[in-house]
Design a protein. Sequence first.
Length: 387
Amino acid sequence: MTKLLAAFFAVGVFGGVLQAQSSSKTDKPQGGMVEWLTPALPSNKKQTDAEAEAGRKFGRPAPALEILQPTLDAALPAYQPRKDLKLSGNFKGAASDVLPGLVKLWIDGFKKYYPNVNIDVPPPYAGSLGAKELVKGNLDFVFVSRELKPDDVTEFKAKFGYDPLSVPISGGSYRHFGFLDAVGFFVNKENPLEKISFDQLDTILSSTHHRGGAPITTWGQLGLKGEWADKPIHIYAIKPWNGFEEFIRQRVLSYNGKRGEWRNDLHFDLVVFPIAHHIAEDRFGIGYSGLAYLDAGVKVLPLGESENGPFYAPTYENVAKASYPLSRLIFFNTNKTPGKPLNPAIEEFLRYILSRDGQQMILKQALYMPLRSEQANRARDLLIGAK
């Protein structure tokens, strides 16, 4: 499953990567790194127990919206209802506490085409609880605003003998606190590093090195000169299990179907909140967090899959276009027996969500990023491949 998910795919100082371009005056290539300074974000605090309980009952309160909003990919196909199907039935699902509003829009939109299909997603709203109920067979599906926990997948497979079907159905947000923000790696502002690749990060962060590189422990091994050459890399990370930690593990440390493992000598924090402050105070530090947690003066690095690039900074545009490699996804999870078809109503509901009409509902809510057409195509391929 890790290999399939890997295929999908402010604030301190942002680096924007410019392609070389010719000048009409000199006819010489121009380019390099562009940096601009913006104030650090206000600090966010962990939900109180009372706020978390209210979120399970009613959904988490929506944040203030970004002024910028994404556009819909024109290549997304319009939804075409199946005239050969007479769909009906009652289905029960669950959703993370940040998803009830969007899920309701999808259900209402789908019901206009199939009024005899009744889909209910009642509280409590919690992806973890929903995943457990899916294993128990009490639900038909669960919307989760992250990848499933490894324990959830293990428990599901132990009971049924195969993995749950997890289909990406929406991009995450840009930097909304608590609403699946994109993830960034950052260094101290005095650090001259301008970009970093997944291959390099794997050699720094993991004990497994599935991407093939030798361990990296000093800044000189990343190409820094002078006083930086022999300085150790201080790594600040989030202790497993955590949604941010699992995302980085799957996207960076895991490779070719092999699950990556963290080095055991990292500086682990229990939560994401202090990471940016650690890096701002440690000249030789590197760490990661969601973009909503950049509440200290740090330098956010453009990322690429390999050292050959391309590299993308976590700008709003790159996250909205899904070019930035640590843009996140929301998943629809269900029990799909290999070799047997999905219930036709569930499959049709997914076809609707992955269509232009379904992705338009994401724009209507204005919290998350609609899928690009290539992402929606890969999601539909999962449906086809699962048959």
